[in-house]
Design a protein around this ligand. Structure first.
Ligand code: G4P
Length: 527
């Protein structure tokens, strides 16, 4: 019973956004409400502060960016909130996608002066795959923003999800007066204070004289028209639609000035659920089950180079974890203790004694875990559905410089691929002379180069390849050699022998589909 109470309190979410939309700023403000920890270094500061966050990988320091993600936990209003922080850099990696596998819902931050941007689209697609609720924070209303109706339409047409504005902005930029809250029929007023960070908020009934005066005659009447339109023609609020990821509640606000953040947080906690059941090979696992179960969603290598250690990030799906308890690693069939269980905060690693369904923890990995693996109470035979392989977007041919180093080269590329930092492919019928490396963000090429040199003592030559799209062949019985393909399409296979195709453009994908009846091309590799 005690466990259930703890689990009920959990909310585990990831924030998705295009770089610069305000993810870091919003995270900081949310932590503020939790009274969480020394703020200055807890969230990745911009620019100069970034190198201080993590010394896990030398390359991060060199580039002044953060490749790794962390988890921030805080308490607010009786809830225990886990924010999964994903690398904010332009050059994000597959880990960013995998982190979404560990979340129960997502907050989508959009810059209201720009609307939906490229990277949001990519991350959104992964959320859709999982049918998790997506709550939108339309940020930077203190700057000139696009028309709110256009912003909603943008979400609906580009992302294909219905919207329900929870509040409605009154002006934007210099004319920003605040937001009208639909549920309470109150105006939350915004008082600009010359770029000061925190602004005053106060509440006024929409029908009060004060509200009319503050907003001004013209905007007040426009607001009424907008409200009529929303109430009359907009989507209805439907919590089931929200929870199945078909309708996104939208909050307008401004993270920097901390305007609308607390009402957002409060509503957010009501709209979302405690940890969700998870699919396994033998049915779903209820988070309230009395046994412990968890899966590995990310592996971080070489946090401490001297020991060549790895940390496996685990999302607990049911029950309670207690330090020192014995667990069963399903994939290897071995019983083991999870050593050095810790919560990885941005800056610190804190050893933990217990954790519950919904929580994320890092454990020492002696090299036995792979992404997607299950650990659980011995005797409970569950195996979580694995994590799909996400399509890389950049490809390069990689060879070792010194042919004498061939063994190390193969070992290194294979190990790094197993950790999930890169994907490796081969041309059909070719040996391991050359390896085609695919990555989600180009920074991973540098990580590969750096790690091969530093950990395996191998220098590589890399030539970038012009491919833009990769597709898994979905038909088990198709011989790729017999497919009729455009001349610039390449046939390859992955480490498990799955067949894939590399395309330079959309045109050659269409060619392949048109010339090979029944061919199925998939965007994600099977889990
Ligand atoms: P990210 O993590 O999504 O990449 O974005 P981040 O929070 O770092 O915000 C990007 C920039 O946008 C920052 O400015 C930040 O201060 C600004 N910003 C975030 N929210 C708001 C908002 O509500 N209103 C306004 N006007 N600006 C906002 P910067 O100049 O790049 O960094 P800094 O010098 O402020 O640290």
């Amino acid at each position: 019973m005690h466990n259930n109470k703890e689990i009920e309190k959990r909310r585990t979410f990831a924030i998705i956004s295009h770089p610069d939309a305000g993810k870091t700023t919003l995270t900081e403000k949310l932590l503020l409400y939790g009274g969480a920890i020394n703020l200055a270094g807890s969230v990745k500061g911009k620019k100069t502060a970034k190198h201080a966050v993590s010394d896990w990988m030398e390359i991060e320091k060199q580039r002044g960016i953060s490749v790794t993600s962390s988890v921030l936990q805080f308490k607010y209003g009786g809830y225990c909130i886990n924010i999964l922080d994903t690398p904010g850099h332009q050059d994000f990696s597959e880990d960013t996608y995998r982190t979404l596998m560990a979340a129960d819902c997502a907050v989508m931050v959009i810059d209201a002066s720009k609307g939906v941007e490229n990277q949001t689209i990519k991350l959104f697609k992964v959320c859709v795959l999982r049918h998790i609720p997506i709550i939108t924070f339309m940020n930077k209303m203190d700057r000139d923003a696009k028309n709110p109706f256009e912003l909603l339409e943008d979400i609906e047409t580009v992302l294909g999800i219905n919207t329900y504005p929870m509040n409605w902005p009154i002006g934007s930029g210099k004319e920003f007066k605040g937001v009208y809250e639909r549920k309470t029929r109150e105006v939350l007023t915004f008082t600009a204070n010359n770029g000061q960070r925190e602004v005053e908020e106060s509440r006024l009934g929409i029908d009060t004289e004060q509200a009319r005066e503050l907003i001004g005659e013209q905007m007040y009447s426009e607001l009424h028209d907008d409200i009529d339109l929303l109430d009359g023609a907009g989507d209805e609020m439907d919590i089931d639609m929200v929870r199945s990821g078909k309708l996104t509640p939208v909050f307008f606000g401004s993270a920097l000035t901390n305007f609308g953040v607390e009402p957002f947080l409060e509503e957010f906690l009501q709209l979302t659920t405690p940890p969700l059941p998870r699919e396994t090979d033998s049915g779903t696992v209820d988070p309230m089950s009395d046994y412990f179960s968890a899966f590995v969603f990310k592996i971080q290598a070489n946090m401490n180079k001297a020991h060549r250690d790895r940390i496996a990030f685990i999302r607990i799906c049911s029950g309670k974890f207690e330090k020192g308890m014995e667990v069963y690693h399903v994939q290897s069939g071995k019983k083991m203790k999870l050593s050095q269980p810790q919560q990885i905060m941005a800056q610190e690693r804190e050893v933990i004694d217990e954790a519950y369904a919904g929580d994320i923890m890092g454990v020492f990995d002696p090299g036995i875990f792979s992404i997607g693996d299950t650990v659980c109470t011995p005797g409970v035979n569950v195996k979580f559905k694995g994590i799909p392989t996400f399509a890389p977007e950049h490809f390069a041919l990689v060879q070792q410089k010194d042919t004498m180093k061939r063994k190390q080269f193969i070992k290194g590329t294979n190990q790094i691929a197993q950790e999930g930092a890169i994907q490796i492919f081969q041309e059909l019928d070719s040996g391991m002379e050359e390896v085609i490396v695919g990555v989600v963000g180009t920074l991973q090429f540098e990580v590969l180069e750096y790690r091969l040199k530093n950990e395996y003592n191998v220098d590589i030559v890399r030539s970038d390849l012009p491919y833009q799209y990769i597709k898994w062949i979905g038909n088990a019985d198709v011989d790729p050699k017999k497919l009729d393909l455009a001349s610039d399409t390449k046939r390859i296979q992955d480490l498990k022998g799955n067949h894939l195709l590399l395309f330079t453009n959309l045109w050659s994908i269409n060619w392949a589909l048109e010339h090979n009846k029944g061919l199925v091309l998939l965007d994600f590799g099977g889990a």
